[in-house]
Design a protein around this ligand. Structure first.
Ligand code: ARG
Length: 459
């Protein structure tokens, strides 16, 4: 049993329920590659400072390499009694190479070992999130370029507000995902200090070289405080918080895809390969993948909350509660990476219906602001007054069941004498969009500039 590794002063075997509640091997086997490179770095350092003989070091490195092969070929037998990935590997190492295996744990504890392994894993997850966000940005940028001049309704309160372009709307998500990437990149910089050599919590009496193992594992430097090194999991919280925010962005995009692909909107058609039918309703084409992206965001938000609560009341340093740090992070990473890939693939195969979008863009008097702006710009009317005049025009059009641009010249002049034929220049949705030329605005030329700038910045 696992007790053979540390059970010198124990007489009884652990209760089966103890083994069950104590074991993390069922999920922390995902740290095997990090555990092996961490142990290799530790062994090389022990030899470099004279704690381990070169012969023992080579036996250890050799054994660890064989274990990596066994795990990757599916030959390794994981044992629940050995609790976790660290003890499973160490025990197998001793089986394979004998006494040198029993020397590896000098000047180390599972406390700094697990913190190191987990940091290495989370660092890779941060890099994968960044790469997948970038792929999603690439797809969005391609669509935005194609649809820089495709007019659609813009909404506030989900009520028709002002015409915008589809490209501009998509570029909003490119910006969000760009900030998500920067959050993962910031988090990675903060994470990148090595806990290894903190030992149980106090450091060690051996003359270890923490800078050497830090460099070997790609960390920028060793963590400055041994108690902090084994106590905190804020690097995992940083990952989860960044993932949660990205998941919220993904969920909002997924919700829009669900909405836009309804027959009532009809703005887009989801690729068939990402939809399902109904066993009873023959006409159905359900956007399941988008719905699941929206739904999985709930798990990711929960994973963040769960780890915050686990850590909240813990005194320093390590407590076994901290073994609960991993499953949520693995779940969040799996959910986020799948959601990012599925969203990119869905968008890549989407069909856009520009005519439907354009027709919807004018519904709901979306150029009323353009009428008011025209009165200000051309006739010098104060905006608050112009707003009232445009509102009366909307009311008249509503009562007649027509659009603003369908009102007669005389009807408009009847509302306010300053309105003349020139106003028809601004009442169409295309002209409305073209006039929004302010920096960051929806005019097609601005959208194309934004696409070029984002391509240079992000791709
Ligand atoms: N399985 C443990 C974890 O995941 C490893 C660290 C155990 N340390 C200890 N002092 N019992 O947190």
């Amino acid at each position: 049993s696992g007790r053979s590794l540390w059970g010198g002063h124990f007489e009884a075997d652990p209760a089966p329920l103890m083994t069950q509640i104590n074991a993390s091997i069922g999920f922390d086997k995902r740290l095997y590659a990090q555990d092996i490179v961490g142990s290799m770095a530790h062994a090389r350092m022990l030899a470099a400072v004279g704690i381990l003989s070169p012969t023992d070091r080579d036996a250890i490195l050799d054994g660890l390499e064989r274990i990596r092969g066994e795990i990757e070929r599916g030959e390794f037998v994981f044992t629940t009694e050995l609790e976790d990935i660290h003890l499973n590997i160490e025990s197998r190492l001793t089986d394979l190479v004998g006494e040198p295996g029993r020397r590896l744990h000098t000047a180390r504890s599972r406390n700094d070992q697990v913190a190191t392994d987990f940091k290495l894993w989370v660092r890779d997850a941060m890099d994968r999130a960044d790469a997948r966000l970038k792929e999603l940005q690439r797809v969005l940028l391609g669509l935005a370029r194609t649809h820089a001049a495709t007019v659609m309704p813009g909404f506030t309160h989900l009520q028709a507000a002002q015409p915008v372009t589809f490209g501009h709307h998509l570029m909003a998500y490119v910006e969000m995902f760009g900030r998500d990437r920067s959050r993962f990149q910031d988090a990675r910089r903060r994470l990148n200090e090595s806990p290894l050599g903190a030992a149980a919590l106090a450091g060690t009496s051996f003359p270890i070289d923490r800078a050497m193992t830090a460099a070997d594992l790609g960390f920028d430097r060793p963590m400055a405080n041994s108690i902090d090194a084994v106590s905190d999991r804020d690097f995992a919280l940083d990952y989860l918080a960044s993932a949660a925010i990205a998941a919220v962005h993904l969920s909002r995009l997924a919700e829009e895809l669900v909405l836009w692909s309804t027959p009532q909107f009809g703005f887009v058609r989801m690729p068939e390969a990402f939809t399902s039918g109904s066993s009873i309703m023959p006409q159905k084409r359900n956007p399941d993948a988008a719905e699941l992206v929206r739904g999985k965001s709930g798990r990711i938000l929960g994973d963040l909350q769960a780890l915050l609560v686990v850590l909240k009341g813990l005194p320093l340093a390590y407590s076994k509660d901290m073994q609960e740090d991993k499953e949520g992070v693995f779940d969040a990473a799996d959910s986020l990476e799948l959601s990012l890939a599925a969203t990119a693939a869905m968008l890549d195969g989407i069909t856009v219906f520009p005519e439907r979008m354009k027709a919807a863009a004018g519904v709901g008097y979306t150029t009323a602001t353009d009428l008011a702006d025209w009165l200000v710009r051309v006739k010098g009317v104060p905006f608050r007054e112009a707003h009232g005049i445009a509102a009366r025009a909307v009311k008249l059009a509503e009562s007649k069941g027509c659009g603003l641009e369908d009102l007669g010249r005389d009807e408009l002049a009847g509302i306010d004498a300053r309105i003349d034929a020139g106003v028809f220049e601004v009442l169409g949705v295309e002209r409305s969009v073209a006039s929004r030329r302010s920096f960051g605005g929806t005019a097609p030329e601005r959208v194309l500039e934004a696409v070029a700038a984002a391509e240079a910045r992000y791709l």
